[in-house]
Design a protein around this ligand. Structure first.
Ligand SMILES: *Cc1c(COP(=O)(O)O)cnc(C)c1O
Length: 418
């Protein structure tokens, strides 16, 4: 049996343990939902106050130059790049994941069709995040393409000659299953197909190497593992081999080579800047930069290698504790046990009452979430989750199941956001 003492010993040896102190973790809360909205870095209130009362109130329009507002998409992009195996100047922080997906998917279709006019299919998994599928459906209507969905994990047979683009999410939001980006990209390229990777549940959580995988396009989220705050800007990466053919459809003035010439003729900016669209949310960017700076701090504590090792240790521990303590309560582990196939979350399925069990846990201060129809989802964020947290989370889960308290009415009423 695993004991609380074992967990405390793991915390004492954890090379990342000092980083928890960079974040606000509310008293009495065990936060296992950093894969949905990351916690707040402690530097945020002071940086936002400065951006508001000095840069905006006093600096006013001068701050676009003097406070470095104008370069924020690139500056933040360069801080995201090492987390995803991209190089300096290859990533911009901008817009939302959904919007960035629209840009890169459209560009990918155009490039694929410039090679082969008959390529008109986007392949994705049925279990992909809905916004990805909705954006693809909308684009298919616009471009006369077809979205072909396959069961999760079995894309290979669908990669036929009519396929233009393979659009996948690296770590599945509902199951925590992780795909082999390198092998799948190789198979797609062998069939003449471009790849678009969604890194929402990967960036900052698992090592990603876009260049090693030879991916074509990638997008990802700022408010999950990157701790950028609610609605934080997302990011976009395009392999340099595709980048200077201007193909993204949202050709706003920030994507222009010289926005302040105010010319009526469009000329795309060189490089990834052409994937910007319009004026960016400076205050949200300011908060996101605080989140990214925590990853810079993590570099002297072992960086992504330490983050990955701890993520696997935390998720292994949670699976072991759930199996030791909650056996006989009808939970099954959905997340792959094989480390090579696991992201940074553990999902448990239960036919009866999964939503209410999550609500009962939240009432006890253990915050995970429910994903329809039957998943209890727990995200483990190595920068601030401790092994002791995992111990207490499993203990609360056992108590909620044994007491049956989740059956109370108050836990069975659905909120708008789950
Ligand atoms: C969270 C998430 C999104 C969110 O997209 P937004 O445009 O930021 O709302 C998209 N795709 C995946 C896979 C996600 O996990």
């Amino acid at each position: 049996m695993t004991t609380l003492q074992n967990c405390l010993a793991l915390d004492a040896q954890d090379p990342l343990r000092a980083l928890r102190n960079l974040f606000v973790i509310p008293e009495g809360v065990i936060y296992l939902d950093g894969n949905s909205l990351g916690v707040m870095p402690k530097t945020v209130p002071q940086r936002i106050a400065q951006a508001v009362s000095e840069e905006w109130a006093e600096g006013l329009i001068r701050s676009w130059n003097a406070a470095g507002w104008y370069e924020m998409p690139q500056r933040l992009g360069d801080k995201i790049a090492p987390l995803v195996g991209a190089r300096d100047g290859e990533v911009v922080a901008t817009d939302t994941t959904s919007i960035n997906l629209y840009k890169v998917l459209s560009a990918a279709i155009t490039i694929a069709q410039s090679r082969d006019k008959s390529a008109r299919v986007i392949v994705s998994e049925r279990g992909n995040f809905p916004t990805d599928l909705y954006i693809a459906q909308a684009l298919c209507r616009e471009r006369g393409c077809e979205l072909r969905l396959v069961d999760d994990g079995v894309v290979a047979p669908a990669l036929g000659p009519d396929v233009a683009v393979l659009m996948l999410t690296h770590v599945n939001y509902r199951t925590g299953a992780m795909l082999d980006m390198g092998a799948i990209t190789r198979a797609a390229h062998a069939a003449g197909i471009l790849t678009v990777w969604d890194l929402c549940h990967s960036a900052g959580a698992v090592p990603v190497d876009l260049h090693a995988a030879d991916a074509d396009f990638a997008i990802g989220c700022g408010y999950k593992y990157l701790n950028g705050g609610p609605g934080a800007p997302a990011f976009v990466w395009v392999h340099p081999r595709h980048r200077d053919k201007f193909e993204q459809p949202l050709a706003g003035w920030w994507s222009h080579a010289a926005p302040f010439e105010f010319t009526h003729e469009y000329r795309p900016a060189p490089g990834i800047a052409q994937y910007l669209c319009g004026t960016q949310p400076v205050l949200s960017m300011t908060a996101l930069e605080c989140g990214l700076d925590a990853f810079t701090a993590a570099e002297s504590h072992g960086g992504m290698a330490a983050i990955r090792a701890k993520s696997l240790a935390l998720t292994d521990l949670f699976i072991a504790l759930v199996e030791e303590r909650c056996a006989g309560h009808g939970l099954s582990v959905v997340t792959p046990r094989d480390h090579a196939l696991r992201g940074s979350q553990v999902c448990l399925a239960r036919g009866d009452g999964p939503y209410a069990i999550v609500q009962a846990l939240i009432a006890r201060g253990v915050i995970g979430d429910f994903r329809a129809p039957d998943i209890l989802r727990f995200g483990f964020t190595p920068l601030y989750t401790s092994f002791e947290d995992v111990w207490h989370a499993a203990e609360h889960l056992q108590q909620v199941l044994e007491s049956g308290e989740w059956r109370k009415d108050e836990f069975n009423r659905r909120n708008a956001v789950t």
